[in-house]
Design a binder for this molecule. Structure first.
Ligand code: A3P
Length: 304
């Protein structure tokens, strides 16, 4: 589908657009709002592993790493289905699927790997209650913004921004699905002090995947051989995942994700924001960033 066609106001598109509603002030897609009671009452199980991220922070990458760990580095098992099918996104209903991902999760056998983009204060209480394990991946805001912009362009789930300038304003004011990046990363950062959360950074995983995967193994109390560890690193590298149809989302209908507009596996490189931000934008961003992150102990690398 050409970009112009994607811009065309179909009924589906309009309802997605108009119904970015909010839960507790956090913008969410219409399907999330519609099934909010079910999401909030989702019954987590003790052996669930929850992967939480702000969109475009390396969710699919971490999912692949965790699936490889759970399957002891068996690449074929990890190709049993596409990313979206292997690990439900708790709060969404994808238009090409009959069931909501929550329904799919309820039918899954344990141990389940479930992902969510919800901010920490909206996570179903059952997950907090039993103190189940959660892995959170954060990515620096500049690269996250650029990645989210391109994702908006290629998916019919989200509105089509006119240009980066427009999207920049929306992102900085938190008027995007899942709300403010700032509130998200800070909320989960605070939550880790009272819950079993392993808080990881996209840039660290890129810089030293072995060290970060070892952290995950320790958190999950899991041991793998050096050979399996190397297999996990290789299979989850950007170039290998980009070629893997079960990990790169190319098996989804083009009406949902159009990789000819922008591939899902786009660049995978910290510092790509430099190719998009103007000098003025960058200065404005840094000023705003200081204000919004004031008092936080969280630090990010915007390049490696
Ligand atoms: P870019 O758009 O910057 O390339 P999410 O899965 O949360 O939607 O995040 C998508 C982002 O993670 C995209 O970023 C994508 O390219 C990147 N990504 C996916 N797999 C990766 C990998 N193995 N290594 C590095 N980045 C990866």
């Amino acid at each position: 589908m050409a970009k112009n066609e994607k811009n065309a106001p179909t009924m589906d598109k309009i309802s997605t657009l108009l119904d970015i509603l909010d839960i507790d002030g956090v913008p969410v897609l219409v399907s999330t709002k519609e099934m909010w009671d079910k999401i909030y009452n989702f019954p987590a199980r003790p052996d669930d592993l929850i992967l939480a991220t702000y969109p475009k922070s390396g969710t699919t990458w971490m999912q692949e790493i965790l699936d490889m760990i759970q399957n002891d580095g068996d690449v074929e098992k990890c190709k049993r289905d596409s990313s979206l099918e292997r690990c439900p996104l708790l709060e969404l209903k994808f238009p090409h699927k009959e069931k909501t991902d929550l329904e799919i999760a309820l039918e899954m056998s344990s141990p389940r790997l479930i992902k969510t983009h919800l901010p920490s204060h909206l996570v179903p209480p059952s997950i907090w209650k039993e103190n189940y394990k959660i892995i959170y991946v954060a990515r620096n805001a500049k690269d996250c913004l650029v990645s989210y912009y391109h994702f908006h362009r290629m998916t019919s789930l989200l509105y089509d921004p006119q240009n980066l300038e427009e999207f920049y304003e929306e992102f900085m004011s938190g008027k995007v699905a899942y709300g403010s990046w700032f509130d998200h990363v800070k909320g989960w950062w605070a939550a880790k002090d009272t819950h079993q959360i392993l808080y990881l950074f996209y840039e660290d995983i890129k810089k030293d995947p072995k060290r970060e995967i070892e952290k995950i193994l320790k958190f999950l109390e899991k041991d793998v051989s050096e050979e399996v560890l190397n297999k996990i690193i290789y299979h989850t590298s950007f170039d290998v995942m980009k070629q893997n149809p079960m990990a790169n989302y190319t098996t989804l209908p083009t009406s949902l994700m159009d990789h000819s507009i922008s591939p899902f596996m786009r660049k995978g490189m910290p510092g790509d924001w430099k190719n998009y931000f103007t000098v003025a934008q960058n200065e404005e961003f840094d000023k705003d960033y200081q204000k919004k992150m004031a008092g936080s102990t969280l630090t990010f690398r915007t390049e490696i």
